[in-house]
Design a protein around this ligand. Structure first.
Ligand code: NAD
Ligand code: ZN
Ligand code: ZN
Length: 355
């Protein structure tokens, strides 16, 4: 572990590459809490952020990347509440206004003041327009954004705050449609998808069918409890439909969101089914009646998750139900981790640890 260091992986200009630089040690004031980072996950959204066209995201550069963070509370502002100095925590990543009805209910991912915050370029949260946790230290606006993790390993805890939480929230969105004899299709078994498979197995009785372009991701899906996995092929919709007993899937969780996955989703959904689009793969779907979507389809665009859901995800991990497949990289090797994710070389989640 670095001692006095405050290194940070910074996005200094749109298009990147991010650079590792020394930054001043943050000092918590007011309600703020300072975390010594023990692990920070790398998400495909980080690539979307790095690659964003200037002006397309409501963020100001430079800022430190990293929105999946676990660590230890080391210092608190004079008005801080929540976990005490010394406690190990995971950081809830979407930072809302903290006072609207949604934030009061712990759903800062759907903060009512988000449009106003975006207009002011306030940032969406840790590592998304605000300084995040790919760093030695992370300044968190308030203790309300921290969930204790006890002795859970940091590399397990960090990915829970996005890969785990977002997958949990997406499953929660479609869970009402599941039951004995139903099938759910998971498209993309990477960081989010492999946890979604585990969460589906732990919290529903549905059959889980997985699709990924990589054989090793399908092997991971199987280890996570998927009943069937396939590479996308021209006949995938028919093959998957066949696996559902011919009726189609009650839900599709699309962790890719590309044109081809959305097309596959429309091909496997049962009438009255649920399509949850989680991935930001740039695909588009036209909504028209009648159109490509089966009658009765409900579409959702789940974004991250709520604080109470993060508490449940942490509980699932602490009881051993949820296990993150982790590839560790030293913080100083962040550029390598980013390139590895880009080229499809990461199994599960790449997680940066201090060196
Ligand atoms: P990841 O790279 O770890 O996983 C993506 C997986 O999809 C990989 O295994 C990849 O092989 C697979 N894949 C790619 N193209 C495919 C295709 N055509 N068919 C089937 N599988 C395919 O990424 P991740 O970190 O799990 O993130 C997944 C997506 O979710 C990203 O677009 C990310 O930006 C988005 N995301 C959204 C939210 C949200 O709140 N909505 C939160 C986090 C991430
Ligand atoms: Zn993310
Ligand atoms: Zn709010």
């Amino acid at each position: 572990m670095s001692t006095g260091g405050t290194r940070a992986v910074r996005l200094t200009r749109w298009g990147g590459p991010p650079v590792i630089t020394e930054v001043p040690r943050p000092v918590p004031t007011g309600e703020e809490v300072l975390i010594r980072v023990e692990a920070a996950g790398l998400c495909r959204s980080d690539l979307h952020v790095i690659d964003a066209r200037p002006g397309s995201l409501p963020y100001r550069t430079p800022f430190t990347l990293g929105h999946e963070v676990a660590g230890r509370v080391v210092e608190q502002g004079p008005l801080a509440t929540g976990p005490a100095v010394g406690e190990r925590v995971v950081v809830y990543g979407p930072w809302g206004c903290g006072s609207c009805a949604r934030c009061a209910a712990g759903a800062e991912n759907y903060c009512d003041r988000r449009p106003a915050l975006d207009a002011d370029l306030t940032g969406t949260g840790a590592g998304l327009g605000r300084d995040g946790g790919m760093a030695d230290l992370l300044l968190v606006p308030s203790g309300r954004l921290l969930v204790p993790v006890g002795e859970l390993a940091a590399v397990q805890a960090a990915p829970l705050s996005d890969a785990g939480l977002t997958a949990y929230h997406a499953v929660a969105t479609v869970r009402h449609a599941t039951g004995d004899g139903t099938s759910v299709v998971v498209l993309g078994v990477g960081g989010l998808g492999h946890l979604a498979v585990q969460i589906l197995r732990a919290t529903t009785t549905a059959q889980v069918l997985a699709v990924d372009v990589r054989e090793e991701a399908l092997a991971l899906a199987e280890r996570c409890g998927a009943h069937f996995g396939t590479l996308p092929r021209p006949d995938s919709a028919a093959v998957l439909r066949d696996r559902t007993g011919g009726v189609g899937a009650v839900a599709v969780l699309d962790f890719v969101g590309s044109r081809s996955t959305l097309e596959l989703a429309t091909g496997v959904l049962r009438a009255g089914g649920e399509l949850a689009v989680v991935g930001s793969g740039g695909g588009e779907l036209s909504v028209r009646k009648p159109g490509v979507l089966p009658p009765g389809t409900r579409i959702s665009l789940p974004f991250w998750g709520t604080l109470p859901e993060l508490e449940r995800v942490v509980a699932l991990a602490r009881e051993g139900t949820l296990k993150v497949e982790v590839e560790r990289f030293a913080l100083s090797r962040a550029p390598e981790a980013i390139e590895g994710l880009r080229s499809g070389g990461v199994r599960g989640r790449a997680v940066l640890v201090p060196d």
